[in-house]
Design a protein around this ligand. Structure first.
Ligand SMILES: [Zn+2]
Length: 485
């Protein structure tokens, strides 16, 4: 297995610190608003990574934190008249709802910053004792960036360049504009904790350093997050952790690329963000998940409704084949015929390539492509009537479906109940196109009656009516079926 390590700028062979075990920490959300598609991307990328590492036999301890105290949360609390805690709880609950629909598994440990104030203070004290930090008379504590000579190397920044862009804000008693806060004195109306340096609250970066070391020890095998976290957040985490412990903080740094809208990064600050729940109004969660895996995680991903619809069509193709295969397994009479071995070999090689793609820096787009190779083979099997009727053909088809199912499952795509899922995809598309499902079903029933009464003129008229609504009617051996154009 190989991963691109942001620190070295190269793909490296993955060798965890302890054989067979992986510790992985991904920075979670700051809980002050609903998650947007950029958050969804990071969540899905690292969800696939965890699933794939486990599938590959690793025992994974996965930590994803919640930042539940922060300037943005305090600001939101003041605006809304809620407490900071209530704001954080509200958006953490919303996060869980979104992630469950998106098929993102919960992490093994999901620590909240406010529940780990003591370990953070201990770490800050350690940095003070070793001269890597200093407290100001006001009650702030800063990290002394120049005490960590390797600062900037994770995000590829030069300390002199950083210095020219940094400045000391009024009221800050920093020694150097580069220094960042470990502990902040709080205002009287803000949440605060007592500390050796006065009433205050932790800076943002210290929580990940303290909580990761506390739960899994150093070094972490994998530390992940969105590309925008590399600087300053991860750079600062690394400086704190390595300065305090003298150990390597992280072996492999993985960062996913941005989601873009019309070539611009989707972000809160640019105001061009679309929340996950906005999308769930119009599309099935599985469609969004499929879309998010369609590009390599390090590449930018261009969001548009057209691209989502393309993903919806692709997912439907997998489900339709599966539904057809399941009905063939139920309804066909099977008797022995000859069976080509090459198809099994082709199927197996596609499964191998699926795995190789994921092993090569988590190439989900390539892995998805191999699901479609397998889908084509299943279709080929279904098209060969003689094969379809053989006992071996039945076994082969069952084995293919089972394998495809497993591979899709690692990507978090549920294919197991194709009829139900197709009906849900159809419902969401009908709703987007303001087609009333009850009306469609009523018209189809009327057409059936007309056909039974041999009133074909009326039956055709109803078909035209459905077509004008944007509905395609298909007469299948199991009766009429329909879809949205
Ligand atoms: Zn973090």
């Amino acid at each position: 297995m190989k991963f691109y390590n942001t620190l070295s700028g190269e793909k490296e062979i993955f060798t965890p610190n302890q054989p067979g075990k992986v510790s992985m920490y991904v920075c979670g959300i700051t809980a002050y608003d609903y998650c947007h598609i950029g958050h969804a991307r990071a969540a899905v990328v690292f969800d696939v990574l965890v699933r794939f590492l486990r599938f590959s036999g690793y025992e994974v301890t996965f930590i994803r934190n919640f930042t539940d105290i922060d300037d943005k949360i305090i600001k939101r609390a003041k605006e809304s008249g809620m407490s900071s805690q209530a704001v954080a709880e509200k958006y953490i609950a919303a996060y869980y709802e979104d992630m469950e629909l998106l098929g993102v598994l919960q992490a093994d440990i999901e620590p909240k910053a406010t529940e780990h104030i003591q370990p953070m203070q201990d770490l800050i004290q350690k940095l003070l004792n070793t001269g890597h930090a200093y407290a100001t008379p006001d009650g702030d504590v800063y990290f002394r960036v120049r005490s960590f000579p390797d600062y900037g190397s994770l995000s590829g920044r030069n300390i002199e360049d950083l210095k020219s862009g940094a400045r000391i804000e009024p009221g800050e008693a920093k020694e150097d504009p580069l220094d960042f806060a470990l502990w902040k004195k709080s205002q009287p109306d803000e949440p605060s904790w007592s500390s050796p340096w006065g009433q205050g609250r932790p800076g943002w970066h210290i929580e990940c350093s303290a909580m990761s070391e506390m739960y899994v020890g150093l070094p972490l095998d994998i530390h992940g997050g969105g590309q925008d976290l590399a600087f300053p957040h991860h750079e600062n985490e690394r400086a704190q952790s390595e300065a305090a412990s003298g150990k390597t903080f992280v072996k492999y740094w993985l960062h996913n690329g941005f989601v873009r809208v019309k070539s611009e990064k989707m972000s809160k600050s640019l105001g061009n963000f679309i929340t996950i729940r906005d999308i769930f109004q119009d599309y099935r969660p599985e469609v969004l998940r499929f879309f998010l895996m369609g590009k390599h995680y390090r590449s930018p991903l261009d969001f548009s409704r057209e691209n989502l619809q393309e993903s919806e069509r692709s997912l439907k193709r997998l489900l339709q084949t599966r539904r057809q295969a399941e009905s063939a397994l139920e309804n066909q009479k099977w008797n022995a015929q000859n069976l080509p071995q090459d198809m099994t070999a082709e199927f197996q090689s596609s499964a191998d390539l699926w795995r190789k793609n994921l092993e090569d820096d988590l190439n989900t787009a390539g892995a998805l492509g191999h699901l479609f190779t397998q889908n084509r083979l299943i279709n080929r099997l279904l098209d060969q009537k003689s094969l379809r009727k053989s006992k071996e053909g039945k076994q082969l088809l069952t084995a293919f479906l089972h394998e495809l199912d497993q591979l899709a499952q690692i990507l978090g795509l549920p294919l197991r109940d194709p009829s139900k899922m197709l009906a849900e995809l159809r419902r969401s598309k009908a709703e987007r196109n303001t087609i009333r499902i009850e009306l469609v079903e009523q018209l189809i029933a009327e057409r059936q009656k007309a056909r039974q009464a041999k009133d074909f003129e009326q039956a055709d008229a109803i078909r035209d009516q459905l077509s004008a609504l944007g509905v395609t009617l298909m007469d299948t051996p199991n009766g009429p079926d329909w879809d949205v154009d």
